[in-house]
Design a protein around this ligand. Sequence first.
Ligand code: IPE
Ligand code: IPE
Ligand code: MG
Length: 232
Amino acid sequence: MGDSPLTSEARARHVAIIMDGNGRWAKKRALPRAIGHQRGVEAVRRLVRGLEPMGLDCLTLYAFSSENWKRSEDEVDDLMNLMRKFIKSDLPDFVANDVKLHIIGDWRSLAPDIVEMLEDALAQTANGSKTIAVALNYGGQNEIARAAAEAAKQGEVTTASIEAHLDTAVLPPLDLLIRTSGEVRLSNFLLWQAAYAEMLFVETLWPDFQPEHLADALEDFAQRERRYGGRK
Ligand code: IPE
Ligand code: IPE
Ligand code: MG
């Protein structure tokens, strides 16, 4: 844990972020939404580079929801092209930062060239010691339905058997879920995993998000008392 002041009990292992507010960031500056998304990618890049001292085992980022297809064709194209560019330009950074990529959601139905790039990125980062999970074409309800169907195929449907088939089955339990931009809703993100996660809603628009904001969130988390329904 290095020189982190937090006790191991209070330390968050798995944080997830709903990276929201790119459009409003652009609108405030009378810029196209595409620029907001570009600046959003830069915020992701800063975070990946600044992750080491936070001591997380896993950071999960909501990048594209299964409902985001409802946006204009132009915006969806912009987002897909940004994804292509980001994988190309930032894969070496992932490897250099000892990051293992994991993807959740129905990503295999994205464009074939993106699927291929992602498969390559998964292979190249397979030995990383901490995980960045990216939610792509992700919907929490769909994830639960797929996991339940798989559990039923293999035997009894229980909370444990569903959990074992979630896209997040290999990740540590979710400790903290953050949403930027002031919206206070889950927008179909990690519905199952959020059962006992702590939540933090911040006003910062995603392109303005700095690694220090995550460090602050982790300090906030460390002060919370998690009870899981029980009492000491
Ligand atoms: C988040 O920013 C990025 C994606 C959903 C892909 P938005 O594009 O939702 O930004 P707002 O909510 O319109 O400000
Ligand atoms: C959630 O944000 C999805 C991502 C951040 C990728 P949205 O902007 O799509 O959510 P709503 O539409 O405001 O609920
Ligand atoms: Mg939004």
